[in-house]
Write a protein of this length. Structure first.
Length: 396
């Protein structure tokens, strides 16, 4: 039998209650690789991402929503109604995975927890992405990326103690937790192949944010010592006459000697106060002032050429717009769009597979676009679907 054109998750059916970023970033990966992701949305506004960015020319189908929901199908159900719950139970009979990122206990109160669904379908896997975990003193609290940054220690970590505290402007914790949830689901699917049974899997923003700091945490746990890659004495961001350069002074036997040569300086590593790592740390402000003065004297291109000649890790500091336009971005196929429609240009998957992997089967769905088709596949007659629509159970 030929496997050409078969994606890794072809045949996997996902019921997706998630919204905003943690859950949708996870289910989009599943959808990108072949899973049939049925996105359950509330009447009127749907996923919070449809309305959370304010006014947009495309309204509920704005770019933020599109970025997280391609290849999915949208069904709008009023889950306050018993008939809507029955729809979920019918879908669960043939589902493989059910995903949510509500607060702890909410999905159970709705009637869709693991115990209830596994009684319908013992092979089902429930996947839960929370703010803080399934138990413990904060399990009941709502989670959010910025809150996780603060509580996990990420926000307190700065290049220098003199730097002001701030919010990291990209949803780092949401994305990381979403990718951890993908891993958990794939592992559960693999285990089900051996046992025939589903299970519950869970991740949290808080745990994922701490896990990102595994090196720093190990240093603290074992040495009670702070470890900060960004604060290394020979590493930094330096302004040039036309931009800025980041330089990483590490991973060489004598990086300061190489930096000195690249910057046209006498070998600073020969000075006693700079000759050891401890000395460089102690005199970091002096070293960094020397570097800043030199970098400020010429262009970014000039200094990149000099640094690269000494095999030093370096890069220009680009805006997101510049990074998107970079030739490497094009070479990697990072930007994808539905049928060449630039209004739907998105970031694709960062995974590369030699076999059949990522595919764009459909754009992010309009609200409720697939209600009738999904119910028909679940065995509902046209008359029954029309009746449910008339009762406000499903919006078509």
């Amino acid at each position: 039998m030929s496997t050409e054109g078969i994606q890794p998750l072809s045949g996997v059916k996902v019921i997706d209650f998630s919204q905003v970023m943690l859950g949708p970033s996870c289910t989009q990966v599943l959808a990108d690789y072949g899973a049939d992701v049925i996105k359950i949305e509330r009447p009127g506004t749907g996923d919070l991402s449809r309305t959370s960015i304010g006014d947009d020319p495309d309204g509920l189908d704005n770019p933020v929503f599109r970025s997280l929901n391609r290849n999915k199908r949208s069904v709008v159900l009023d889950l306050r109604k018993d008939a809507a719950k029955e729809v979920i139970y019918d879908l669960a009979k043939t589902a493989d995975v059910v995903v949510n990122n509500f607060r702890a206990g909410v999905i159970e109160r709705m009637g869709f927890g693991y115990e209830r669904l596994s009684a319908i379908n013992p092979r089902i896997i429930t996947a839960f992405g929370s703010g803080f975990g399934v138990s413990g003193p904060m399990a009941h609290k709502g989670g959010q990326d910025i809150v996780a940054q603060a509580l996990s220690g990420l926000m307190s970590r700065r290049n220098s103690p003199d730097d002001a505290l701030g919010i990291y402007p990209t949803s780092l914790c949401d994305y990381t937790a979403g990718m951890h949830l993908v891993q958990a689901i794939l592992l559960a699917l693999l285990q089900r192949e051996k046992t025939g049974k589903g299970q519950q899997v869970a991740v949290s923003l808080f745990e994922s944010a701490i896990a990102m700091q595994m090196q720093e945490a190990a240093m603290w746990l074992q040495r009670e010592r702070d470890w900060n890659w960004a604060a290394l004495p020979l590493t930094g961001v330096f302004e040039t006459t036309d931009g800025a350069v980041v330089m990483v002074g590490a991973f060489k036997s004598n990086p300061l000697q190489s930096i000195s040569k690249a910057l046209g300086l006498e070998d600073l590593s020969q000075a006693q106060k700079f000759s050891t790592f401890a000395g460089q740390v102690a005199h970091k402000p002096e070293l960094q002032a020397i570097f800043r003065e030199r970098f400020a004297s010429d262009t970014t291109a000039h200094w990149l050429s000099r640094l690269e000649a000494e095999d030093l890790l370096c890069a220009p500091v680009l805006s997101l717009a510049d990074a998107i336009a970079h030739p490497q971005t094009k070479a990697n196929g990072t930007i994808v769009g539905m049928n060449g429609n630039s209004s739907h240009a998105l970031i694709g998957t960062p995974l590369t597979m030699s076999g059949d992997g990522f595919q764009q089967r459909r754009p992010a769905p309009t609200l409720g676009a697939h209600g009738r088709a999904v119910l028909e596949e679940a065995g509902y007659s046209a008359d029954r679907i029309d009746a449910l629509a008339a009762e406000g159970v499903v919006n078509l």
